[in-house]
Design a protein around this ligand. Sequence first.
Ligand SMILES: Cc1ncc(COP(=O)(O)O)c(C=O)c1O
Length: 498
Amino acid sequence: MIQTNTSKEETRLDQNRMPFLESLLAERNRWQTSFHMPGHKGRLPLHPMMEDLLGGNPQPADLVEINGILDYLHSPKGALKQSQELAAAAYGADHTFFLINGSTVGNIGAVMSVSSAGQRVIMARASHRSVYSGVVLSGAMPVYIEPEYHPQLGSPLAVRAEVVQQLLNENDHVVAVHITSPNYYGVISDTARIAQITHQQGAVLLVDEAHGSHLNFHEALPESATRLGADMIIQSTHKTQGALTQGSMLHCNDHGLVNLGRVAQVLALLQSSSPSSLLLASLDAARMQMATQGHALLDRVITLAQQARQAIRKIDGLWCYGDELIGTVGVYAYDPTKLIIRTTDAGYTGYEAYDKLRYEHRIDAEFSDLRQVICSVTIGDTEESINKLIKALQAIAAEARPAKQPQAEVAPPAGLPQLVISPREAYFAKSRAVPIQDAVGEVVAENIIPYPPGIPLLVPGEVMEHQHLAYLDYIMKQGSGVVGPEDKSLRKVRVVVQ
Ligand SMILES: Cc1ncc(COP(=O)(O)O)c(C=O)c1O
Protein backbone atom coordinates (compact mmCIF):
# COMPACT_ATOMS: atom_id res chain seq x y z
CA MET A 1 0.00 0.00 0.00
CA ILE A 2 2.74 2.41 1.04
CA GLN A 3 4.75 1.44 -2.03
CA THR A 4 1.82 2.19 -4.33
CA ASN A 5 1.46 5.64 -2.79
CA THR A 6 5.16 6.32 -3.13
CA SER A 7 5.24 5.36 -6.79
CA LYS A 8 2.14 7.47 -7.47
CA GLU A 9 3.85 10.35 -5.67
CA GLU A 10 7.00 9.79 -7.74
CA THR A 11 5.03 9.83 -11.00
CA ARG A 12 3.22 12.96 -9.88
CA LEU A 13 6.48 14.64 -8.93
CA ASP A 14 8.47 13.63 -12.02
CA GLN A 15 10.55 16.77 -12.54
CA ASN A 16 11.03 15.94 -16.21
CA ARG A 17 7.33 16.60 -16.80
CA MET A 18 5.85 20.03 -17.57
CA PRO A 19 2.16 19.35 -17.11
CA PHE A 20 0.88 22.79 -18.02
CA LEU A 21 3.22 23.27 -20.99
CA GLU A 22 2.28 19.79 -22.23
CA SER A 23 -1.45 20.55 -21.99
CA LEU A 24 -0.96 23.90 -23.75
CA LEU A 25 0.92 22.26 -26.61
CA ALA A 26 -1.76 19.57 -26.97
CA GLU A 27 -4.44 22.24 -27.14
CA ARG A 28 -2.49 24.30 -29.68
CA ASN A 29 -2.08 21.22 -31.88
CA ARG A 30 -5.83 20.51 -31.95
CA TRP A 31 -7.69 21.85 -34.96
CA GLN A 32 -10.18 24.41 -33.79
CA THR A 33 -12.37 27.29 -34.84
CA SER A 34 -12.41 29.79 -32.08
CA PHE A 35 -15.34 31.88 -30.98
CA HIS A 36 -13.69 32.89 -27.74
CA MET A 37 -10.81 34.99 -26.48
CA PRO A 38 -8.14 35.98 -27.32
CA GLY A 39 -9.27 38.24 -30.15
CA HIS A 40 -6.45 37.19 -32.47
CA LYS A 41 -7.99 33.67 -32.49
CA GLY A 42 -4.59 32.22 -33.09
CA ARG A 43 -4.51 33.23 -36.74
CA LEU A 44 -4.44 36.99 -37.07
CA PRO A 45 -1.52 37.98 -39.30
CA LEU A 46 1.18 39.52 -37.15
CA HIS A 47 2.94 42.68 -38.21
CA PRO A 48 6.11 41.43 -39.94
CA MET A 49 8.24 43.37 -37.45
CA MET A 50 6.47 41.63 -34.55
CA GLU A 51 6.92 38.26 -36.24
CA ASP A 52 10.58 39.03 -36.78
CA LEU A 53 10.90 40.10 -33.16
CA LEU A 54 9.26 36.97 -31.82
CA GLY A 55 10.83 34.53 -34.25
CA GLY A 56 7.40 33.33 -35.36
CA ASN A 57 3.77 33.86 -34.49
CA PRO A 58 3.00 32.93 -30.88
CA GLN A 59 -0.76 33.38 -31.29
CA PRO A 60 -1.66 29.70 -31.83
CA ALA A 61 -0.25 28.96 -28.36
CA ASP A 62 -1.61 32.09 -26.74
CA LEU A 63 -4.66 30.25 -25.46
CA VAL A 64 -6.89 30.87 -22.48
CA GLU A 65 -8.72 28.51 -20.20
CA ILE A 66 -11.68 27.21 -22.21
CA ASN A 67 -14.35 25.52 -20.15
CA GLY A 68 -11.78 23.80 -18.01
CA ILE A 69 -9.82 22.30 -20.93
CA LEU A 70 -6.74 24.28 -20.07
CA ASP A 71 -6.25 24.62 -16.34
CA TYR A 72 -6.99 28.00 -14.77
CA LEU A 73 -4.53 29.93 -12.60
CA HIS A 74 -7.13 31.17 -10.12
CA SER A 75 -8.63 27.73 -9.42
CA PRO A 76 -6.06 25.18 -10.57
CA LYS A 77 -7.28 21.59 -10.56
CA GLY A 78 -5.31 19.78 -13.26
CA ALA A 79 -2.12 20.47 -15.17
CA LEU A 80 -1.42 23.83 -13.53
CA LYS A 81 -2.00 22.38 -10.08
CA GLN A 82 0.53 19.64 -10.88
CA SER A 83 2.99 22.19 -12.27
CA GLN A 84 2.76 24.24 -9.10
CA GLU A 85 3.27 21.10 -7.00
CA LEU A 86 6.38 20.25 -9.01
CA ALA A 87 7.63 23.80 -8.48
CA ALA A 88 7.04 23.61 -4.72
CA ALA A 89 9.05 20.38 -4.56
CA ALA A 90 11.84 21.79 -6.74
CA TYR A 91 12.20 25.13 -4.93
CA GLY A 92 11.91 23.61 -1.46
CA ALA A 93 8.49 24.92 -0.39
CA ASP A 94 5.21 23.39 0.77
CA HIS A 95 3.09 25.26 -1.75
CA THR A 96 3.78 27.41 -4.81
CA PHE A 97 1.64 29.99 -6.62
CA PHE A 98 2.64 30.92 -10.17
CA LEU A 99 2.58 34.69 -10.73
CA ILE A 100 2.02 36.53 -14.00
CA ASN A 101 2.87 40.02 -12.76
CA GLY A 102 6.35 39.51 -11.42
CA SER A 103 7.60 39.68 -7.87
CA THR A 104 5.81 43.01 -7.82
CA VAL A 105 2.49 41.21 -7.36
CA GLY A 106 4.22 38.64 -5.13
CA ASN A 107 5.26 41.32 -2.65
CA ILE A 108 1.93 43.14 -2.74
CA GLY A 109 0.03 39.87 -2.41
CA ALA A 110 2.20 38.57 0.44
CA VAL A 111 1.81 41.77 2.49
CA MET A 112 -1.95 41.93 1.79
CA SER A 113 -2.43 38.26 2.71
CA VAL A 114 -1.05 38.66 6.20
CA SER A 115 -1.77 42.23 7.32
CA SER A 116 -4.57 44.76 7.53
CA ALA A 117 -5.35 48.19 8.95
CA GLY A 118 -4.29 48.65 12.57
CA GLN A 119 -1.52 46.06 12.34
CA ARG A 120 2.19 46.64 11.89
CA VAL A 121 4.64 45.29 9.34
CA ILE A 122 8.38 45.59 9.96
CA MET A 123 10.10 46.21 6.63
CA ALA A 124 13.43 47.45 5.36
CA ARG A 125 13.42 51.05 4.18
CA ALA A 126 15.48 49.82 1.22
CA SER A 127 12.60 47.64 -0.04
CA HIS A 128 11.31 47.46 -3.59
CA ARG A 129 8.40 49.83 -4.14
CA SER A 130 5.99 46.88 -4.42
CA VAL A 131 6.39 46.31 -0.66
CA TYR A 132 5.31 49.93 -0.10
CA SER A 133 2.37 49.30 -2.43
CA GLY A 134 1.52 46.29 -0.27
CA VAL A 135 1.17 48.41 2.88
CA VAL A 136 -0.82 51.08 1.04
CA LEU A 137 -3.27 48.41 -0.07
CA SER A 138 -3.42 46.42 3.18
CA GLY A 139 -3.59 49.51 5.40
CA ALA A 140 -0.90 48.21 7.78
CA MET A 141 1.43 50.64 9.51
CA PRO A 142 5.03 50.09 8.41
CA VAL A 143 7.87 50.05 10.94
CA TYR A 144 11.03 50.69 8.99
CA ILE A 145 14.42 49.08 9.37
CA GLU A 146 16.75 52.02 8.86
CA PRO A 147 19.23 51.49 6.02
CA GLU A 148 22.82 50.99 7.10
CA TYR A 149 25.19 52.08 4.36
CA HIS A 150 28.19 49.90 3.58
CA PRO A 151 31.34 51.99 4.09
CA GLN A 152 32.92 51.02 0.76
CA LEU A 153 29.94 50.37 -1.48
CA GLY A 154 27.93 53.30 -0.16
CA SER A 155 24.68 51.31 -0.37
CA PRO A 156 22.58 49.49 2.20
CA LEU A 157 23.15 45.77 1.87
CA ALA A 158 21.64 43.54 4.53
CA VAL A 159 19.32 43.59 7.52
CA ARG A 160 20.70 42.66 10.95
CA ALA A 161 18.78 40.12 13.02
CA GLU A 162 19.42 42.21 16.19
CA VAL A 163 17.66 45.19 14.61
CA VAL A 164 14.63 43.05 13.76
CA GLN A 165 14.62 41.77 17.36
CA GLN A 166 14.76 45.31 18.74
CA LEU A 167 11.90 46.52 16.54
CA LEU A 168 9.81 43.49 17.51
CA ASN A 169 10.44 44.29 21.20
CA GLU A 170 9.55 47.96 20.74
CA ASN A 171 6.35 47.56 18.70
CA ASP A 172 2.99 45.95 19.43
CA HIS A 173 0.71 44.31 16.88
CA VAL A 174 3.51 43.31 14.51
CA VAL A 175 2.04 40.64 12.23
CA ALA A 176 4.84 40.36 9.68
CA VAL A 177 8.49 41.07 9.00
CA HIS A 178 9.47 41.64 5.38
CA ILE A 179 13.10 41.50 4.24
CA THR A 180 14.82 41.49 0.86
CA SER A 181 17.49 38.85 0.55
CA PRO A 182 19.46 38.66 -1.68
CA ASN A 183 19.21 42.30 -2.63
CA TYR A 184 20.18 43.82 -5.96
CA TYR A 185 23.87 43.32 -5.07
CA GLY A 186 23.40 39.61 -4.29
CA VAL A 187 23.90 40.21 -0.58
CA ILE A 188 22.11 38.01 1.93
CA SER A 189 20.87 38.55 5.50
CA ASP A 190 20.82 35.95 8.28
CA THR A 191 17.37 34.72 7.27
CA ALA A 192 17.34 31.64 9.54
CA ARG A 193 17.87 33.78 12.65
CA ILE A 194 15.42 36.41 11.51
CA ALA A 195 12.84 33.64 10.93
CA GLN A 196 13.39 32.30 14.44
CA ILE A 197 13.09 35.74 16.05
CA THR A 198 10.01 36.60 13.99
CA HIS A 199 8.24 33.34 14.80
CA GLN A 200 8.96 33.74 18.53
CA GLN A 201 6.67 36.80 18.37
CA GLY A 202 4.03 34.91 16.36
CA ALA A 203 4.70 37.04 13.27
CA VAL A 204 5.18 35.86 9.69
CA LEU A 205 8.45 36.20 7.77
CA LEU A 206 8.12 37.35 4.16
CA VAL A 207 11.28 37.25 2.05
CA ASP A 208 11.65 39.08 -1.23
CA GLU A 209 13.99 36.66 -3.03
CA ALA A 210 13.32 38.27 -6.43
CA HIS A 211 17.04 37.95 -7.20
CA GLY A 212 17.48 34.44 -5.78
CA SER A 213 15.31 31.94 -7.64
CA HIS A 214 18.45 29.94 -8.53
CA LEU A 215 19.73 29.55 -4.97
CA ASN A 216 18.06 26.24 -4.16
CA PHE A 217 19.83 24.39 -6.95
CA HIS A 218 23.49 24.39 -5.90
CA GLU A 219 25.20 23.76 -2.57
CA ALA A 220 27.94 26.34 -3.36
CA LEU A 221 25.30 29.08 -3.34
CA PRO A 222 23.80 30.51 -0.15
CA GLU A 223 20.67 28.62 0.88
CA SER A 224 17.30 29.83 -0.36
CA ALA A 225 14.93 31.36 2.18
CA THR A 226 12.52 28.52 1.28
CA ARG A 227 14.83 26.27 3.36
CA LEU A 228 15.54 28.75 6.15
CA GLY A 229 12.21 29.01 7.92
CA ALA A 230 10.61 31.86 5.94
CA ASP A 231 6.82 31.63 5.54
CA MET A 232 6.37 33.34 2.17
CA ILE A 233 9.12 33.69 -0.40
CA ILE A 234 8.79 35.74 -3.56
CA GLN A 235 11.01 34.92 -6.54
CA SER A 236 11.35 36.45 -10.00
CA THR A 237 11.91 33.26 -11.99
CA HIS A 238 12.44 35.55 -14.97
CA LYS A 239 15.39 37.37 -13.37
CA THR A 240 17.86 34.54 -12.79
CA GLN A 241 16.31 31.63 -14.71
CA GLY A 242 14.74 31.06 -18.09
CA ALA A 243 11.12 32.19 -17.53
CA LEU A 244 9.67 34.97 -19.65
CA THR A 245 9.63 38.45 -18.13
CA GLN A 246 6.95 38.77 -15.41
CA GLY A 247 7.00 35.00 -14.80
CA SER A 248 7.50 34.68 -11.03
CA MET A 249 6.55 32.48 -8.09
CA LEU A 250 5.27 32.91 -4.57
CA HIS A 251 6.32 29.99 -2.37
CA CYS A 252 4.67 29.31 0.99
CA ASN A 253 5.82 27.16 3.87
CA ASP A 254 3.42 25.73 6.37
CA HIS A 255 4.40 26.88 9.84
CA GLY A 256 0.73 27.34 10.69
CA LEU A 257 0.90 31.09 10.01
CA VAL A 258 -0.19 31.50 6.40
CA ASN A 259 -3.73 30.89 5.16
CA LEU A 260 -3.31 29.58 1.61
CA GLY A 261 -6.98 30.19 0.81
CA ARG A 262 -6.54 33.85 1.69
CA VAL A 263 -3.36 34.09 -0.43
CA ALA A 264 -5.24 32.64 -3.43
CA GLN A 265 -8.07 35.16 -2.90
CA VAL A 266 -5.66 38.09 -2.72
CA LEU A 267 -3.78 36.97 -5.85
CA ALA A 268 -7.09 36.63 -7.72
CA LEU A 269 -7.93 40.17 -6.62
CA LEU A 270 -4.64 41.55 -7.89
CA GLN A 271 -3.88 39.56 -11.05
CA SER A 272 -5.56 39.41 -14.43
CA SER A 273 -8.50 37.05 -14.82
CA SER A 274 -6.96 36.18 -18.23
CA PRO A 275 -3.52 34.95 -17.20
CA SER A 276 -1.08 34.52 -20.07
CA SER A 277 -0.59 30.82 -20.85
CA LEU A 278 2.74 31.63 -22.46
CA LEU A 279 4.05 33.11 -19.21
CA LEU A 280 2.72 30.18 -17.20
CA ALA A 281 4.21 27.63 -19.60
CA SER A 282 7.56 29.39 -19.37
CA LEU A 283 7.46 28.96 -15.59
CA ASP A 284 6.85 25.24 -16.05
CA ALA A 285 9.80 24.94 -18.43
CA ALA A 286 12.12 27.05 -16.24
CA ARG A 287 11.36 24.85 -13.22
CA MET A 288 11.89 21.64 -15.19
CA GLN A 289 15.23 22.92 -16.46
CA MET A 290 16.45 23.85 -13.00
CA ALA A 291 15.11 20.68 -11.33
CA THR A 292 16.72 18.37 -13.87
CA GLN A 293 19.86 20.25 -15.00
CA GLY A 294 20.14 23.14 -12.55
CA HIS A 295 23.09 21.77 -10.64
CA ALA A 296 25.23 21.22 -13.74
CA LEU A 297 24.20 24.56 -15.24
CA LEU A 298 25.00 26.40 -12.03
CA ASP A 299 28.35 24.60 -11.72
CA ARG A 300 29.31 26.37 -14.92
CA VAL A 301 27.75 29.70 -13.88
CA ILE A 302 29.65 29.72 -10.57
CA THR A 303 32.92 28.81 -12.30
CA LEU A 304 32.43 31.52 -14.92
CA ALA A 305 31.56 34.13 -12.30
CA GLN A 306 34.56 33.23 -10.13
CA GLN A 307 36.88 33.34 -13.14
CA ALA A 308 35.51 36.76 -14.01
CA ARG A 309 35.90 37.96 -10.40
CA GLN A 310 39.55 36.87 -10.30
CA ALA A 311 40.30 38.40 -13.71
CA ILE A 312 38.64 41.73 -12.80
CA ARG A 313 40.61 41.92 -9.54
CA LYS A 314 43.82 41.79 -11.60
CA ILE A 315 42.80 44.82 -13.68
CA ASP A 316 44.51 47.99 -12.45
CA GLY A 317 41.94 50.44 -11.10
CA LEU A 318 39.09 47.92 -10.76
CA TRP A 319 37.92 45.65 -7.96
CA CYS A 320 35.29 42.94 -7.85
CA TYR A 321 33.88 42.25 -4.37
CA GLY A 322 33.59 38.76 -2.95
CA ASP A 323 34.02 36.94 0.36
CA GLU A 324 35.41 40.02 2.11
CA LEU A 325 31.86 41.44 2.25
CA ILE A 326 30.74 38.67 4.60
CA GLY A 327 30.53 39.80 8.21
CA THR A 328 30.38 43.51 7.36
CA VAL A 329 27.25 45.59 8.08
CA GLY A 330 24.97 42.58 8.61
CA VAL A 331 26.12 40.70 5.50
CA TYR A 332 25.62 37.01 6.22
CA ALA A 333 26.40 35.60 2.78
CA TYR A 334 26.59 36.71 -0.82
CA ASP A 335 25.69 35.21 -4.15
CA PRO A 336 28.91 34.72 -6.14
CA THR A 337 27.02 34.98 -9.45
CA LYS A 338 26.72 38.74 -8.93
CA LEU A 339 29.79 40.76 -9.92
CA ILE A 340 29.99 44.03 -7.97
CA ILE A 341 32.67 45.92 -9.90
CA ARG A 342 34.13 49.08 -8.30
CA THR A 343 35.25 51.52 -10.97
CA THR A 344 36.12 54.73 -9.08
CA ASP A 345 39.89 54.01 -8.81
CA ALA A 346 39.98 53.88 -12.62
CA GLY A 347 38.44 57.37 -12.67
CA TYR A 348 34.84 56.42 -13.52
CA THR A 349 31.67 56.56 -11.54
CA GLY A 350 29.61 53.41 -11.83
CA TYR A 351 27.20 55.33 -14.08
CA GLU A 352 30.01 56.34 -16.44
CA ALA A 353 31.41 52.83 -16.59
CA TYR A 354 27.89 51.50 -17.28
CA ASP A 355 27.54 53.92 -20.23
CA LYS A 356 30.98 53.03 -21.58
CA LEU A 357 30.11 49.34 -21.43
CA ARG A 358 26.83 50.00 -23.22
CA TYR A 359 27.84 52.51 -25.85
CA GLU A 360 31.44 51.55 -26.56
CA HIS A 361 31.38 47.79 -25.96
CA ARG A 362 27.74 46.78 -26.53
CA ILE A 363 27.48 45.26 -23.06
CA ASP A 364 24.51 45.95 -20.78
CA ALA A 365 25.27 45.65 -17.08
CA GLU A 366 22.47 44.85 -14.62
CA PHE A 367 22.67 48.31 -13.04
CA SER A 368 25.11 50.86 -11.68
CA ASP A 369 25.49 53.21 -8.75
CA LEU A 370 27.91 55.97 -7.92
CA ARG A 371 30.86 53.66 -7.30
CA GLN A 372 30.15 50.38 -9.05
CA VAL A 373 28.56 48.52 -11.93
CA ILE A 374 26.82 45.27 -11.14
CA CYS A 375 26.74 42.37 -13.58
CA SER A 376 24.61 39.30 -13.13
CA VAL A 377 25.99 35.98 -14.43
CA THR A 378 23.25 33.45 -15.20
CA ILE A 379 22.63 30.17 -17.01
CA GLY A 380 22.38 32.30 -20.16
CA ASP A 381 26.10 33.16 -20.03
CA THR A 382 28.96 31.51 -21.88
CA GLU A 383 32.75 31.75 -21.78
CA GLU A 384 32.43 34.09 -24.74
CA SER A 385 30.14 36.56 -22.93
CA ILE A 386 32.37 36.54 -19.85
CA ASN A 387 35.53 37.08 -21.92
CA LYS A 388 33.84 39.95 -23.72
CA LEU A 389 33.05 41.59 -20.38
CA ILE A 390 36.61 41.14 -19.07
CA LYS A 391 38.14 42.56 -22.28
CA ALA A 392 35.79 45.56 -22.18
CA LEU A 393 36.66 46.26 -18.54
CA GLN A 394 40.37 45.98 -19.36
CA ALA A 395 39.94 48.51 -22.17
CA ILE A 396 37.97 50.93 -19.96
CA ALA A 397 40.52 50.72 -17.14
CA ALA A 398 43.40 51.15 -19.59
CA GLU A 399 42.17 54.66 -20.44
CA ALA A 400 43.52 55.69 -17.04
CA ARG A 401 41.95 58.81 -15.51
CA PRO A 402 42.53 60.31 -12.08
CA ALA A 403 40.63 58.36 -9.44
CA LYS A 404 37.10 59.60 -8.75
CA GLN A 405 36.45 60.93 -5.29
CA PRO A 406 33.16 59.36 -4.26
CA GLN A 407 32.78 62.03 -1.54
CA ALA A 408 31.15 64.22 -4.19
CA GLU A 409 27.97 62.45 -3.16
CA VAL A 410 25.69 63.98 -0.53
CA ALA A 411 24.17 61.34 1.71
CA PRO A 412 20.40 61.31 2.22
CA PRO A 413 19.31 62.85 5.55
CA ALA A 414 20.14 60.54 8.46
CA GLY A 415 17.27 58.96 10.35
CA LEU A 416 13.75 58.22 9.19
CA PRO A 417 11.10 60.85 8.41
CA GLN A 418 8.26 61.30 10.85
CA LEU A 419 5.34 59.03 9.94
CA VAL A 420 2.09 60.60 11.15
CA ILE A 421 -0.63 58.66 9.34
CA SER A 422 -0.56 55.28 7.61
CA PRO A 423 0.56 55.17 3.97
CA ARG A 424 -2.93 54.00 3.08
CA GLU A 425 -4.67 56.93 4.79
CA ALA A 426 -2.29 59.39 3.17
CA TYR A 427 -2.50 57.79 -0.26
CA PHE A 428 -6.30 57.87 -0.32
CA ALA A 429 -6.69 61.17 1.56
CA LYS A 430 -7.83 64.37 -0.11
CA SER A 431 -4.64 65.97 -1.39
CA ARG A 432 -3.46 69.02 -3.29
CA ALA A 433 -0.35 69.76 -5.35
CA VAL A 434 1.78 72.53 -3.84
CA PRO A 435 5.11 74.08 -4.92
CA ILE A 436 7.80 71.89 -3.38
CA GLN A 437 9.08 74.65 -1.02
CA ASP A 438 5.57 74.91 0.47
CA ALA A 439 5.50 71.18 1.17
CA VAL A 440 7.93 71.57 4.09
CA GLY A 441 6.05 70.73 7.28
CA GLU A 442 3.26 68.99 5.32
CA VAL A 443 2.33 65.29 5.14
CA VAL A 444 3.16 64.01 1.66
CA ALA A 445 0.55 61.98 -0.23
CA GLU A 446 2.85 60.34 -2.78
CA ASN A 447 6.13 58.44 -2.96
CA ILE A 448 9.30 60.46 -3.54
CA ILE A 449 11.98 57.96 -4.46
CA PRO A 450 15.35 59.16 -5.80
CA TYR A 451 16.39 56.76 -8.55
CA PRO A 452 19.02 55.49 -8.44
CA PRO A 453 19.38 54.12 -5.80
CA GLY A 454 15.62 53.60 -5.39
CA ILE A 455 15.44 53.99 -1.60
CA PRO A 456 12.39 56.14 -0.75
CA LEU A 457 13.17 59.54 0.69
CA LEU A 458 9.51 60.11 1.63
CA VAL A 459 6.44 57.91 1.37
CA PRO A 460 2.77 58.81 1.86
CA GLY A 461 2.05 59.68 5.50
CA GLU A 462 5.49 61.21 6.21
CA VAL A 463 6.35 64.84 6.92
CA MET A 464 8.66 66.70 4.54
CA GLU A 465 11.39 68.66 6.33
CA HIS A 466 13.96 71.26 5.18
CA GLN A 467 16.66 68.58 4.98
CA HIS A 468 14.55 66.56 2.50
CA LEU A 469 14.02 69.63 0.35
CA ALA A 470 17.78 70.40 0.36
CA TYR A 471 18.61 66.80 -0.57
CA LEU A 472 16.07 66.70 -3.41
CA ASP A 473 17.37 70.01 -4.70
CA TYR A 474 20.91 68.61 -4.70
CA ILE A 475 20.13 65.35 -6.47
CA MET A 476 17.91 66.96 -9.09
CA LYS A 477 20.76 69.38 -9.91
CA GLN A 478 23.06 66.35 -10.29
CA GLY A 479 20.69 64.99 -12.93
CA SER A 480 19.21 62.21 -10.81
CA GLY A 481 15.60 61.21 -11.38
CA VAL A 482 12.78 60.72 -8.93
CA VAL A 483 10.07 58.10 -9.20
CA GLY A 484 6.69 58.22 -7.50
CA PRO A 485 5.38 61.78 -7.72
CA GLU A 486 2.82 62.88 -10.28
CA ASP A 487 5.06 65.81 -11.23
CA LYS A 488 8.36 64.17 -12.20
CA SER A 489 10.07 67.56 -12.40
CA LEU A 490 9.30 67.88 -8.67
CA ARG A 491 8.27 71.49 -8.98
CA LYS A 492 5.08 70.43 -7.22
CA VAL A 493 4.42 67.77 -4.60
CA ARG A 494 1.09 66.36 -3.52
CA VAL A 495 0.37 66.84 0.19
CA VAL A 496 -2.52 65.73 2.38
CA VAL A 497 -5.24 68.32 2.93
CA GLN A 498 -5.45 68.46 6.75
C1 LIG B 1 14.28 43.40 -4.81
C2 LIG B 1 13.20 43.40 -5.84
N1 LIG B 1 11.99 42.96 -5.50
C3 LIG B 1 10.97 42.92 -6.38
C4 LIG B 1 11.15 43.35 -7.67
C5 LIG B 1 10.01 43.29 -8.63
O1 LIG B 1 10.21 42.18 -9.46
P1 LIG B 1 9.45 41.96 -10.85
O2 LIG B 1 10.21 42.72 -11.86
O3 LIG B 1 9.54 40.47 -11.04
O4 LIG B 1 8.05 42.42 -10.69
C6 LIG B 1 12.41 43.83 -8.07
C7 LIG B 1 12.60 44.30 -9.46
O5 LIG B 1 13.61 44.73 -9.88
C8 LIG B 1 13.46 43.86 -7.13
O6 LIG B 1 14.67 44.31 -7.46
